[in-house]
Design a binder for this molecule. Structure first.
Ligand SMILES: N[C@@H](CCC(=O)N[C@@H](CS)C(=O)NCC(=O)O)C(=O)O
Length: 205
């Protein structure tokens, strides 16, 4: 199995998940800031020009964070990375979609890639502010899901890997104050060997 990742990108969540599972995998560094996702070689792998990409042992390609996370959880059932009842599964999907499609892509992406949303010269500060407001609201919407639990579903699951990369961005890149439960969840994640190893391997430790 190969993970195409960029240091500190959302692929970090899948990286952590692979290390939690503990089976051998290869990392393929694809540095977004150098445009490595727009090379013909990478586009042949993922024409959507995005990470994370998981290349499975049969060579097939899987993209989109929620799909990759579900695939890894369902193919490693002994790791209990997903609640094993219908309600738990759909609640996991609900959270993953909100975290990736709304908080990440509508919120943090505006903060980090304001130029990509710009339509008028000089509008990037407004775009960044809108992104920050979406992220702040996103954490507020997620707060009841975490509450006083150590992890989103009590025990560690794939949903925590998505929450982790959002929290990591909030603390290290966006310098955002998060509700206390997310600060504590991030500290809990940072104490996990899988997270420490992933950060070290990506050069972020
Ligand atoms: N919906 C995608 C989002 C992936 C995504 O936006 N990845 C970012 C890195 S965090 C990326 O590759 N951006 C490159 C670009 O948009 O140019 C998923 O669930 O995997």
């Amino acid at each position: 199995m190969k993970l195409f990742y960029s240091p500190g990108a959302c692929s970090l969540g899948i990286h952590v998940l692979l290390r939690e599972i503990g089976k051998p995998f290869e990392l393929v560094r694809t540095e977004l800031h150098k445009g490595a996702h727009h090379t013909p070689e990478f586009l042949a792998i993922n024409p959507k020009a995005k990470v994370p990409v998981l290349q499975r042992d049969d060579g097939s390609i899987l993209t989109e964070f929620p799909a990759i996370a579900f695939y890894l959880a369902l193919t490693n059932p002994e790791m209990h990375l997903l609640p094993n009842d219908l309600e738990g599964e759909v609640r996991t999907l609900e959270l993953l979609d909100f975290m990736v499609a709304t908080v990440h892509m509508r919120g943090f992406t505006r903060m980090f890639r304001a130029d990509a949303f710009s339509t008028t010269p000089g509008d990037t500060d407004k775009i960044k502010q809108t992104g920050r407001e979406i992220a702040v609201q996103g954490f507020a919407n997620l707060e009841p899901a975490l509450g006083t639990k150590p992890y989103l579903f009590g025990d560690f699951s794939i949903a925590d890997c998505a929450l982790f990369y959002l929290e990591f961005w909030a603390r290290t890149r966006a310098k955002m104050q998060m509700p206390a439960c997310f600060e504590a969840h991030l500290d809990r994640m940072l104490a996990r060997p899988s997270v420490q190893q992933s950060l070290a391997a990506e050069g972020l430790a």
